[in-house]
Design a protein around this ligand. Structure first.
Ligand SMILES: *Cc1c(COP(=O)(O)O)cnc(C)c1O
Length: 357
């Protein structure tokens, strides 16, 4: 069976080496040695602003919204994983959907200003499949209207934009270290923040508001990453670079094999150093997609419909129609894509795609 992704597992001895450190220290939670080591190594590897490690990639969205968005209207993209919208609704903010760019698939910055009201407090946009939003223009709009900017950068591990870590942008950027992502800690995540005062607020918010054992800086909740997760991260990190290189080989194979077809692949924004995180293809219509998906499933190959449905059509959203997002959501399929994918399988996937077309 071939799935859309295959979790990378490091050699077990390398994970065990970290587990031995945990057994020796007897510290398995709360700010242990491995937690600190991972935080330091990630900042260094990513050349990123300061970060806070979290138990998953959704909690940092919730905390950033809690701290920055009040209970206001949050301008967001309908084309993302459900976590983006769910975090907004869960934090008792109101999602206001703005359509996406038909090729970049990120929020269409030219349509943001029309959606701003006196209730708007923040913009929460996703760098979809690691493809950056128009960060300069979003920054300009946010400054002009006094809004906060949060980026769901769940797909962006290692992505650079104009030579800098993409996590430099926005008031807060979040990432997911879920097992399906390029770098993972089993489950896990992080939030990145340049401003030292905001960093401090995010930090205490993720640890019950503690200043010390008996003093509190404010309201907080538990979003902490534990030592077992940090151990997995430390064991996975040395392999990330070579995994991304191997993914590039798979990407090039797909790209060549699909050149003379009607299928569209992702258009990357200029200035991006990408991480080869996903291989989405866009069909001319949903029936084509369903036909290809069925043909692949019959061969035990399971691509995923990232992202379907368009988030404005979730059952708990009373939204209006969002044309481009709904159209793309119905026609986009992420092909199996991971490091070291077997060439025979790749040929099988591309020949099924071209035959069914
Ligand atoms: C994976 C993902 C998340 C959630 O991350 P978890 O670590 O699973 O909580 C949020 N947003 C997007 C766009 C994602 O793909």
């Amino acid at each position: 069976m071939i799935n859309v992704t295959k979790t990378f597992l490091p050699p077990i001895e390398e994970y065990q080496k970290y587990l031995e450190q945990i057994w020796n220290s007897n510290q398995i939670a709360n700010g242990g040695k491995l937690w600190y080591e991972l935080q330091t190594k990630l900042k260094d590897y990513l050349d990123s602003p300061d970060l806070i490690l979290t138990a998953n990639g959704t909690l940092p969205l919730q905390i950033a919204l809690k701290v920055l968005a009040g209970n206001g209207e949050v301008i967001t993209t309908p084309f993302s994983y459900v976590a983006t919208t769910a975090a907004i609704v869960w934090e008792k903010c109101t999602p206001v959907f703005v359509d996406i760019h038909p090729e970049y698939l990120t929020i269409d910055e030219t349509k943001i200003e029309a959606a701003i009201t006196d209730q708007t407090t923040a913009i929460l946009a996703t760098h979809v499949f690691g493809n950056p939003c128009n960060v300069e223009e979003i920054d300009r709009i946010a400054k002009k209207h006094g809004l906060k900017v949060i980026y769901d950068a769940a797909h962006c591990f290692g992505v650079k934009y104009k030579g800098e870590s993409i996590f430099n942008y926005g008031d807060v950027s979040t990432c997911s270290f879920h097992a399906t992502k390029i770098f993972h800690t089993g489950e896990g995540g992080a939030m990145f923040c340049k401003d030292p005062d905001l960093y401090k607020e995010l930090f205490y918010s993720h640890n019950f508001g503690h200043k010390s054992a008996t003093e509190f800086l404010g309201l907080g909740i538990n979003a902490k990453m534990n030592e077992l997760q940090a151990a997995m991260g430390l064991a996975v990190l040395p392999y990330v670079e070579s995994n991304i290189e191997q993914r590039k080989v798979v990407y090039d194979f797909y790209q060549v094999a699909l050149t003379n077809t009607e299928l569209n692949i992702i258009k990357l924004r200029e200035g991006v150093e990408w991480n080869y995180s996903y291989f989405p293809v866009i069909f001319s219509d949903e029936n084509e997609l369903l036909k290809v998906q069925k043909a692949l499933n019959e061969k035990e190959i399971f691509p995923r419909r990232y992202f379907y449905p368009s988030l404005n059509s979730l059952p708990y959203i009373q939204g209006k129609k969002i044309e481009i997002s709904e159209s793309i959501s119905g026609r986009i399929l992420c092909l199996p894509f991971y490091a070291g994918q077997n060439p025979a399988q790749l040929k099988e996937i591309t020949s099924t795609l071209t035959a069914a077309e």
